[in-house]
Design a protein around this ligand. Structure first.
Ligand SMILES: [Zn+2]
Length: 479
């Protein structure tokens, strides 16, 4: 490519604390009636004073630890002044010169490319704005979201493609979910992305004029908007034009970026230290405690699945991708007995369970199969009480009802016929009924035996132990 894209990202993540950043109102606003979660503080009534939410600070530090940041023991909140109808105070409390976290990084592995380190410049904590809904010529204001804790994660301009950006936001959301500090649901606005993109001059290597693209509300949009903007800027430069420093928005329906306004520099916000909040001094012991108590993160989980459980790289990656899946897998492994192996559990989770979740559209968190019951099912197969088709049938009922496998096997009569005498008669019948395949087998066509085993399975409605059925058949055919 002639022009090399240089991309920096700003990602906002809402924190799932119980209360808002600076008042006691509920931070859970999704689906609530407009303006019910409000108080004098978040409505910015005169004389109301903010109080910091310790949990939000802890959550931000947890992400900082997870992405290898330096945690700043001395922090200051700052006022970012601007006017907009969804911002009742006329300023947003944010952090400017002294954010909570500095100098971290996230390693990503774009498909088919070398692993890449994306440096994170800073993570700071601020409050979210309210929401505007435009109805005809009017705009309705809902301040339930105003004051919800919001983290902003800012990278260096280390991203060089749409795919790297996609991998970065995917990994960030995975960490947010593993840490349990936010939902990361982009479609609900709980995670929002902005990119700064410029193209370098191929001769001098200098960065071109930076264009900001806002309102990227899905992973797909992040990828599409960057690809579009690279193409647009390339065309402008190739036709001899110059890039304007503007803020663009993404128009999802038309699949294009649209100019919104001329970009305002930081000076336009007239930042100054928030006079209503004291500077924040964090104890080293607390910062360390937060690090010690971090949950197991995807990378170490992956290593454990590979080294300890000997899973394939493919299966281990599939299990780790979604924290809820990994948690369920770990819970099942924790109660495994009777020689049930992590590999067998992994096969059921990534096989039948994923298939049924995909078909039903259900979430794994709503799935009723208890960990001990999945172990019990696998033990029934290992003990030859049921065969593989019977186990799948049982599993489907477990998935629907959450009942114990043993009861389902009894009710449906799925116990495998492992009794030779019960199969001898059926085998004779099958041999008598199928002279042609029998002749083929006797003439040396070994594969025909599979057909005859299939006939026994049909006669027993799938309940015969297939190995035993084959053995009985061979005895009779060779006898
Ligand atoms: Zn409030």
């Amino acid at each position: 490519m002639k022009y090399q894209p240089v991309i920096g990202m700003e990602v906002h993540v809402e924190l799932s604390t119980k209360s808002k950043m600076f008042c006691g109102c509920s931070a859970e606003f999704f689906g609530a009636d407009p303006n019910v979660n409000t108080c004098p503080v978040c409505l910015a009534l005169p004389g109301a004073l903010p109080v910091m939410n310790k949990q939000a600070i802890a959550y931000t530090i947890m992400l900082g630890h997870a992405i290898n940041c330096e945690i700043q023991p001395h922090n200051v909140f700052a006022r970012k002044n601007y006017f907009y109808p969804d911002l009742p105070k006329g300023y947003q409390i944010s952090q400017y010169e002294l954010p909570l976290c500095l100098n971290g990084y996230v390693d990503v592995a774009p498909s088919g490319a070398e692993p890449k380190r994306i440096r994170v410049k800073r993570i700071h904590l601020e409050e979210d704005t309210g929401k505007l809904t435009h109805v005809g010529k009017n705009s309705l204001v809902d301040l339930n979201r105003a004051g919800v804790p919001l983290m902003e994660i800012v990278t260096e301009a280390d991203i060089n493609s749409a795919d790297e950006a996609y991998q970065y936001v995917t990994k960030l959301r995975q960490l947010v979910r593993y840490l349990g500090i936010g939902t990361g649901d982009m479609e609900k606005g709980a995670m929002r992305c902005e990119v700064n993109l410029s193209l370098t001059d191929p001769e001098t290597g200098e960065w071109g004029t930076k264009v900001e693209v806002k309102n990227l509300n899905s992973f797909r949009t992040v990828r599409n908007a960057i690809a579009y903007e690279i193409e647009r800027q390339t065309e402008v430069l190739e036709s001899g034009g110059s890039i304007e420093q503007v803020t663009m928005g993404w128009d999802e329906s038309r699949g294009i970026t649209l100019r919104q306004r001329v970009k305002e520099g930081d000076t336009g916000y007239r930042y100054f230290p928030e006079p209503d909040l004291p500077p924040l001094y964090l104890e080293a012991a607390w910062i360390e405690e937060l690090q010690r108590n971090l949950p197991e993160l995807p990378e170490s989980k992956l290593a454990r699945y590979l080294d300890e459980y000997k899973l394939s790289t493919k299966d281990a990656n599939i299990l780790v991708e979604d924290q809820a899946v990994a948690t369920y897998f770990d819970e099942v492994v924790a109660v495994a007995t009777d020689g049930v192996t992590p590999k067998q559990i992994s096969n059921w989770v990534t096989g039948e369970l994923f298939r049924l979740l995909g078909e039903s559209g259900n979430d794994i968190s709503e799935m009723p199969i208890k960990p001990a019951d999945l172990v019990a099912l696998i033990a029934l197969v290992n003990g030859k009480t049921i065969n593989q088709p019977g186990a799948k049938q049982t599993f489907a009922v477990m998935f629907e009802t959450g009942r114990a496998p043993k009861d389902i096997v009894e009710e449906l009569g799925l116990q495998q016929i492992s009794d030779t005498s019960a199969l001898v008669g059926i085998a004779s019948q099958v041999i008598a009924d199928n002279p042609k395949p029998v002749a083929q087998f006797k003439a040396g066509k070994q594969a025909t035996i599979k057909f005859l085993v299939g006939q026994i399975m049909r006669h027993t409605r799938g309940k015969a132990n297939p190995q035993l059925a084959e053995q009985v058949l061979r005895e009779q055919l060779q006898g």
